[in-house]
Design a protein around this ligand. Structure first.
Ligand SMILES: [Zn+2]
Length: 192
């Protein structure tokens, strides 16, 4: 019987090429990969998992020993979805700073689509309904509006925040420290 007393349990699972593969929600799944020899621990939490005779480190980040074929999951972070754009912009309208929710906020194409503006993270910002309506089919300068921050691709931290339904800072911090220490970049964004 394995036992672990920990407030964190999720493990970031990297593919053999160090690309993102998945997040193991339960520590026993991540430890199972390690014990079966399918994955190697890159980073562990300070907590341990105990069985009657053995003690295992609690895996925080593991890397697969073989390449798992998978659809290119990182593509979801190249698309300017509401979740990606709002997460990057801290759920604030990029014209007036008003807070928006997933429900109340809108996505604004800085250069309107009708004017050839691309549907990419580098051209889409969070906007409240009022600002979006006011701007209409114009560029910010034509509308006399100013962006608080220019749009950009997501950082790794923002990608992780998009990925995790609930935010547990210690897991994210541990994962990011491991990625930085090893020089791993998650889902290197394609052209913005
Ligand atoms: Zn606004």
């Amino acid at each position: 019987m394995l036992a672990c007393e920990s407030t964190v349990s999720r493990c970031l699972v990297l593919n053999a090429d160090y690309g993102y593969l998945s997040i193991a929600e339960r520590w026993i799944d991540a430890l199972g990969l390690v014990v079966a020899g399918k994955a190697e621990v890159l980073e562990a939490y300070p907590e341990v998992v105990r069985s009657q005779y053995l003690v295992f480190p609690l895996p925080a980040v593991v890397v697969m020993r073989y390449l798992v074929r998978t659809r290119r999951r990182h593509a979801i972070f190249d698309a300017p979805s509401k979740q990606a754009v709002f997460t990057r912009d801290d759920f604030a309208c990029q014209y007036c700073g008003a807070r928006v929710s997933m429900k109340s906020g809108t996505r604004d194409h800085v250069i309107p689509r009708s004017r050839g503006g691309p549907d990419t993270l580098a051209n889409v910002v969070t906007a409240c309904r009022a600002c979006n309506a006011r701007k209409g089919d114009r560029t910010p300068s034509e509308a006399g509006m100013h962006l608080l921050r220019p749009p950009r691709p997501l950082t790794d931290d923002e990608k992780l925040r998009c990925l995790l339904k609930t935010v547990r800072t210690r897991e994210r911090t541990t994962w990011l420290n491991c990625l930085r220490r090893l020089g791993i970049s998650l889902w290197a964004s394609r052209a913005a």
